[in-house]
Each structure stands twice: as structure tokens, then as C-alpha cells.
Design a binder for this molecule. Structure first.
Ligand code: FES
Length: 147
């Protein structure tokens, strides 16, 4: 009986330690395999507009001269980031992080800018691959997929 209690206590302590580290550890890559969706046609987006695709957890922004496809999953602890149209910035509701329109951290604990998904323009349509996550240290104009 004593061994059963020791075993149960070891399981509880192990889950507590593992769960705490899993919660605190910054998110790395997500998803495996191909997950492609078509976000629409180029002309469906106005310049400066940001559209959220809930199922795919993707924010598509039409920038000057091209597009960016952001993962809406915060690089801190994976809450869903929202676009604030009035303030023109992305906001994470969990720990108060904000990101500029290029996805760079303005304030808060995220360790890096919003991640990008691989985006291609095929026959005037936006094709997003959510299985290909692109982590970055900062925004560079070359990240904008040109029209
Ligand atoms: S999960 Fe976004 S700031 Fe913490």
C-alpha cells in the first residue's frame, strides 16, 4: 500500500512540474504536414486592411505592394492576437502585448515578432500554408509577398 501512495505522489509531482514548464515555455513551431488554404483573391483586400481567418488562426494583411500572412497565435504563450483597426496594431489579450502592423513587438513579453506563414500568390489568389511557420527576429521588407 505504501508503494502505491509513493507512486501516486510521484505521478502528481511529475505532472505538476511538467505542466508548469509546458505552460511557461515559449511556443516553438506548430503543426506538421501540409495545411493549405486559399484566403481569397488579391483584389478582395484593400490596401492596409487586415482580415482574420478564425479556423486557420491567420491574419492576412494587405501591405503597400504586397501581403503578409501572420499566425494569430501569440509567440509568448499562444493566445490569439487581434487586430485593433482604430489603433492600427495587433493586441494580445493575455499579457498585454502589442505588435505594430509589421508584427514587431511594441510592448509586452513576447520573445519575437508575430510569426509568418508561407504565402504564395497563384493565379491572383492568396495561398497560405499554415504548416510552414516562419519565425523571425524583426520585420524586413523582403517578407512582404509582392503582387
Ligand atoms: S500570450 Fe500573448 S502576451 Fe502572453
Amino acid at each position: 500500500m505504501g508503494y502505491a501512495w509513493i507512486g501516486a505522489a510521484a505521478v502528481v509531482v511529475g505532472e505538476l512540474i511538467f505542466g508548469t514548464f509546458a505552460f511557461l515555455w515559449p511556443r516553438k513551431k506548430q503543426g506538421k504536414g501540409e495545411k493549405i488554404f486559399i484566403a481569397g483573391k488579391i483584389n478582395d483586400f484593400k490596401i492596409g486592411e487586415v482580415i482574420y481567418f478564425r479556423k486557420e488562426k491567420t491574419l492576412i494583411q494587405r501591405a503597400e505592394g504586397g501581403f503578409l500572412a501572420f499566425s494569430a497565435i501569440c509567440p509568448h504563450l499562444a493566445c490569439i492576437v487581434n487586430w485593433n483597426e482604430m489603433l492600427k496594431k495587433y493586441e494580445c489579450p493575455c499579457h498585454g502585448a502589442t505588435f505594430n502592423r509589421n508584427g514587431e513587438v511594441l510592448e509586452g513579453p513576447p520573445p519575437r515578432p508575430l510569426d509568418l506563414y508561407k504565402l504564395q500568390i497563384v493565379e491572383e489568389k492568396l495561398v497560405v500554408d499554415t504548416a510552414t511557420l516562419i519565425e523571425r527576429k524583426k520585420f524586413e521588407p523582403s517578407q512582404v509577398i509582392k503582387i
